[in-house]
Design a protein around this ligand. Sequence first.
Ligand SMILES: Nc1ncnc2c1ncn2[C@@H]1O[C@H](COP(=O)(O)OP(=O)(O)OP(=O)(O)O)[C@@H](O)[C@H]1O
Ligand SMILES: [Mg+2]
Length: 450
Amino acid sequence: MARILVLDEQQAVRKELSVSLRDKGHGVEEFSDAAQALQRMEEEDFDVVLCDFWARERPLALDVLAWVKAREATTEVIVLAHQGKVEDAVRATKEGAYDVLARPCDPNMVIRTVQRALERKRLKRQVRHLSSVLKRRFRVEGIVYRSEQMAEIIGLVKRVSQVDATVLIQGESGTGKELIARAIHAQSARRNGPFHAIDCGSIPESLLESELFGHTKGAFTGAMSARKGLFEVTFGGTLLLDEVGELSLPVQVRLLRVLQEREVRPLGSDRAHKIDVRIVAATNKDLQKEVSRGAFREDLFYRLNVISMQIPPLRERPDDILPLAEFFLQNYAKRARRSPLKIDPAAGNLLLRNRWSGNVRELENAMQRAVALASGDTLKVEDLPYATVDEPLAPPPPLDEEGTLEDMEKRYILYVLNKHKGNRAHTASVLGIGRNTLWRKLKSYGYKDR
Ligand SMILES: Nc1ncnc2c1ncn2[C@@H]1O[C@H](COP(=O)(O)OP(=O)(O)OP(=O)(O)O)[C@@H](O)[C@H]1O
Ligand SMILES: [Mg+2]
């Protein structure tokens, strides 16, 4: 399993330790001489080194620790100190020893300490991995990405920007459709013209028509003055028709005519105005399906779908999750005048495994909230919304690990709380404690009311 080096002058000690470590399946090499051991460490990557503090009047452990530090190795060093030599223990700890055990050592104790050291080494490696992942992050027009899928879409955005064709962007809610539409505009020849977006789903039909096409004074009751529609106002620019799948059939007919004739006639007017606008349409529906069930006109669909882009949901491009999370953490920290939060490995894992049904918007909200809640400089599992900590994802209480009763209690309470999606009443009843007791404990863990 792990590679372990045991360095001790006493053969009996070496034997006892290596026999019990090998019993656990570890590969062990024994040395009595420090110089030879260090030489071997140059050749082989050891996970853990167990060594005596002193050898022939020399503070051997300090040499080993200095070696590890100089090479920035991830090797964990466990020092065996002589009873009563408190100052040795302090020095070894200061120089970066993972732990100091008093001789003579109980082999079981050594094994448990080695297990914990291996766990820390694993976490360290994960942190290194995460930070290297975070470093590779791309940004175009405020779009953060690292996945292949998004790289392809960005390539498409660049090509599409060079032509004036209509683009249809499809994707689940919160995947970044509007951001992509703005990027297309910003990279196109129309970049100095206006960009307007209209949400076709949230405006009542009667208003929508005059919003889009304009109206003359007195065109209908309440039309006190003439008003230009977005098609006219966006002259020389880009118009985003958001949630285009929500348009009623009569409005679809009008829209189609405007796009075909490249001119618009405001309500109540008999004069048509030339338009000069690039259309980008977006929808979170499957428009083809809407066409086949008769809710969307086929001719309009083909008009809009000249160039089509499909933005994949966040869960299908996990490579983007951490770069985005880091980006949002930085942004919101800056706004709150705080230093940016680092993501701890457990929280990072959780972010990677979450479903993100609300896609990037949900991730952004979670990070904004975390910046407000987190007390230290690291984002921890406890700072994430309960929804993120999905039931099958929450770690079961660690019964094979050592820890204080208090620590175990905290982890178990949080586990049950996550399992019940943050419902305190359920949690208290499962735990068999009162709600006030639960509340007090949560508060002592730094939980704020949400
Ligand atoms: N790749 C990305 N990089 C940075 N921010 C992003 C990215 N994708 C989305 N966002 C952010 O996530 C939020 C949602 O994006 P946007 O509004 O573009 O999504 P949408 O697909 O239009 O969603 P909806 O269908 O709900 O209207 C915005 O705040 C946006 O800035
Ligand atoms: Mg949108």
